[in-house]
Write a protein that binds this ligand. Structure first.
Ligand SMILES: [Zn+2]
Length: 338
């Protein structure tokens, strides 16, 4: 799904940093203590005492429902049915729902937007995930032409946001939040530039219902349900929204998830939030699973094995709980991205 934009330049420096990072990851993953120098971001954070409880059981169920539709490939009946269901679920949670339909680079696009809170208030916060699944399991040695079920790659992000949306309805935030499910994120080929993330690229050509400038910052979720998942601080997120990254990983640490949200630099990944930040000017953070030893995203990535057995409720809980605590403890008024 993604290629790394900095491979060409500082390979040696990059390799060195990657080596050290992997070593630290490895050490931490094995439960070892790595005494990293205490950075200013290690200060104690006060989190909102009353905040909703994130249910990983619900999120897990929403993954199963998406898988139940079959491969969510743009232009197919399964995709149509899942899209209709997502709209109904957002409406059921009290969102104003917008559908952005069109075509981009020859691919049909159906972006789904659910707005919570005032429609006119500014600044807003953007939460997003991609809802399509990859048509080809091109990393699968046995079945490279079969579709990817996409339990972790992309259904997990959608599921966590549906569970967050349930709470946005029951305990409204003091600021407006838009949840966007991007379409056609996973139709790309590594050798073709900008062939991934077609839904978010299309939205940037014709943003609705709000312009990019309406957003103070945003958080994107991709592959957030994998077993023993680790989320380093993705490179573009550190570049475009360093203070949001610092605060979000700080919240995870306060909740005891410092081994899941590992406060170490990760590679820059060209994904939906990269386009939103670099082209749309929205400071975005990407919470995306990354194998600590640099072996890609997760072992079953882009194979037919990316199915429900890959999903671990404790990872969903770590991501969902951290996101909820963050959203109910900070706001666009109290937290700027830089
Ligand atoms: Zn993918």
């Amino acid at each position: 799904m993604i290629y790394f934009s900095n491979i060409v330049l500082g390979f040696r420096g990059f390799a060195l940093r990657a080596g050290v990072t992997s070593l630290i990851f490895f050490f931490q993953a094995c439960g070892g203590e790595v005494n990293l120098p205490a950075s200013p971001s290690q200060k104690k954070l006060s989190l909102a005492a009353s905040r909703p409880h994130f249910s990983s059981d619900s999120a897990y169920m929403w993954i199963k429902v998406q898988l139940g539709f079959g491969a969510r490939i743009p232009g197919t009946p399964a995709h149509q049915a899942c899209g209709d269901w997502l709209i109904a679920e957002l409406q059921r949670r009290g969102a104003r729902v917008y559908e952005q339909k069109g075509a981009y680079k020859g691919t049909p696009i159906r972006n789904i937007i659910g707005s919570f809170g005032s429609d006119t208030a500014r600044p807003r916060v953007l939460l997003s995930a991609h809802w399509d699944s990859r048509p080809w399991a091109d990393k699968d040695p046995q079945s490279p032409t079969m579709p990817v079920p996409g339990a972790n790659d992309g259904a997990s992000g959608v599921a966590v946001l549906l569970e967050v949306a349930r709470h946005l309805a029951q305990a409204p935030l003091a600021y407006p939040v838009d949840i966007i499910f991007w379409d056609a994120e996973d139709m790309g080929r590594e050798e073709v530039e900008d062939s991934y993330c077609l839904g978010s690229q299309y939205w940037l050509t014709n943003p609705q219902p709000h312009l990019p400038a309406a957003y103070a910052w945003g958080i994107h979720l991709d592959m957030v349900g994998g077993r023993q998942a680790v989320f380093p601080q993705e490179g573009h997120s550190r570049q475009y929204a360093p203070l949001i990254v610092e605060r979000l990983w700080g919240v995870a640490r306060e909740l005891g998830y410092e081994r899941v949200f590992v406060a170490l630099p990760g590679e820059p990944i060209t994904d939906d939030p990269y386009y939103l930040s670099s082209k749309g000017g929205i400071p975005m953070v990407n919470i995306i699973q990354r194998d600590p030893m640099g072996r890609g995203f997760f072992p079953e990535w882009h194979t037919v094995q990316d199915d429900i057995p890959v999903i671990d409720r404790s990872t969903l809980q770590a991501v969902g709980e951290t996101l909820i605590a963050f959203l109910y403890s900070f706001s666009p008024q109290t937290l700027s991205p830089h």
